[in-house]
Structure formats: structure tokens, C-alpha cells
Design a protein around this ligand. Sequence first.
Ligand SMILES: Cc1ncc(C[n+]2csc(CCOP(=O)(O)OP(=O)(O)O)c2C)c(N)n1
Ligand SMILES: [Mg+2]
Length: 323
Amino acid sequence: MAELTQDQLLWIYDRMRLIREFENRASALFAAGKLPGFVHLYAGEEAIGVGIMANLTDRDFITSTHRGHGHCIAKGVEVNGMMAELYGKATGSCKGKGGSMHIADVDKGMLGANGIVGAGGPLACGPGLMAKVKGTDQVTICFFGDGAAEQGTMHESMNLASIWKLPVVFVCENNGYAESTPVHYHSASKDIADRATAYNMPGFTVNGTDVFAVYEAAHEAVARARRGEGPTLLEAKGFRYFGHFEGDPLSYRTEEEIAKNKSNDPIDQFRRRVIDRELLSAATLDEIDARSKAAIDAAVEFAEASPYPELSELMTDVYVSYR
Ligand SMILES: Cc1ncc(C[n+]2csc(CCOP(=O)(O)OP(=O)(O)O)c2C)c(N)n1
Ligand SMILES: [Mg+2]
């Protein structure tokens, strides 16, 4: 914590708040019937994406998941374009053609959210290999869920990254469930990070609700990758506040479980710690709260005022089209 500058602390809080505000609003908009398609929300997991991204620059890369809004915001993708993308509007980050699950912004190093569980692993090895071949110090973060950890693609990617010493940090966001299946039911490992031994790379499990713990673990993993020493497997244990997708009746979780996890809220924890240590004032943090809310109000206004794509756009930006 002592290592973080005041600017970094402000950035961390700003990003976590903006993600929470975006997700709460997306939930309400979905319930109001305004958003087409599937929406998977990241609220509750903010400390993971933000704690990791606090170690990166715009030149570094990330691959994401179906639950990617938080990764996008932490990597600096603009919320106006993201909200318009959720609405399917022409001004969206991907011209309204990707929707919630496929937001990408290559200029920011955000190589794409992805609806195929476990697909981020092979995709992350690509920029990892590029950085190695070109001799740059760029790092790629591969976010994946506890459910994705059971996919063959993730095992193959971690093995490949290890034998080729690729500068990739594999970040398993263990939120306790793959859809409605609890992790103890689908995983043979006590901790998913234990598997790092088999890939001959370092592995750590951290509290994913504590942004400082995530930051510190990622700091070492990113530094190791930049030094050319190869990949690390980082597992961050957290909790998602909403259902697997919006509309999920959540019949598999008890009220007690939800309440217990919400008592470890990552944003509240951050506030308590920086206020107690007199690093930031409550007034400063409240100002950021207000600014985040205003930014999301503006993003919704922007999205609603934007047009849908023209029919002539139907076959552009696709790899294959039939004429
Ligand atoms: C290859 C593949 N198999 C199954 C699915 C259906 N599916 C979507 S999300 C999901 C669960 C993913 O769980 P996890 O990786 O833990 O991510 P979380 O939703 O918890 O963030 C599944 C099985 C899919 N999208 N892709
Ligand atoms: Mg999960």
C-alpha cells in the first residue's frame, strides 16, 4: 500500500467506482428491456481487474471473458462507446455489432471480450509470442474464470506459455461458480493456482476482494514477465453480486451467502483503508462517486441518442460474407 502514489490510489478508486456504476446501470437497463442480448455483470469483482491493470500501460494487452465490462473500463475503454455497444448502436466500441460479450478496443490493448469460455488463453499466447519475438517488454494478461480453468484450451495455453517463456500472466477470477455449478463441484484442485506447479510456473492465490493484495501479487507477476522470465498463474478469489447473466433467478445461492460476501465489498474495503490511514479523504472519494454517476448518466444519454447501424453495414467488418 505504501508503494502506491496518491495518483494511483485515486485511479484505483475511480475505476472501481466507474465499473460498479456501469454494472448497476446495465442491470437496471436490462430489466427495463433496453438492452438486447446477453449481459454478464462484473460487480463485486472490481478489485481484480483494477488491481491487475494498475500495473499495466496502454502498450500492454489483455484478453477477456464474457464478463468483460470491468476489464474494459480498467483498461481505459471509454464508457460512452461501451454503453452504446450494449444498446447495439452505431457509435458503440464495435459499431454495435459485438454487444456486451464482444467489446474490443485494440488501441487500448483490450483485445476483446469473448463468449467462448476458455478462448482467451490461446488468444493471449499470440501477443505474448509477438512481444517475445520482437523483444519488447509488453505483457499480456489473460483473464479467465474458474469454470474456464477446466477447459482444455487453458491447460494447453499455460503449458505453451511456460515452455516458450511467454510474457503472459494468467489471471483466474474464481468467483465460486461456473454458471450455477459451484467450484468445489467442478474443480479437482483445492486452489486453481496449485496447478501452476504442473506448468512449471509460479502460482499464487489472493483475496480478490482486496485490491491491494491483487495489486501486489500482479506487480511481481508482471515484473517477472517483463524480465523475460515467463508466465505466472494468479488466482483471485471473489464473488459476483449479480446472477450469472441478467435474468438468472439465482436459485442456487442463499441469501446468507450473498449477504456474507457483500460484507467484504471491495470498494468499501478500499474506502475504509485509505480513510483510516489518512491517504485520501471521504470528501475526495464522494466526489469521485458523483463523477462516476454523472459519467454513466452521460453514457446512457449518448447511447440512447445514437442511431442504429445502417442496413448497408450488415456485411462490413466480417471475415466472410455471402453475396
Ligand atoms: C466453450 C463454451 N462452453 C460453455 C459455454 C457456456 N457458458 C457460458 S459462461 C459459462 C460459465 C463460465 O464460468 P466461469 O469461467 O467461472 O466464469 P464466470 O461466469 O463465473 O465469470 C458457461 C459454461 C460457453 N460460452 N463456451
Ligand atoms: Mg466463475
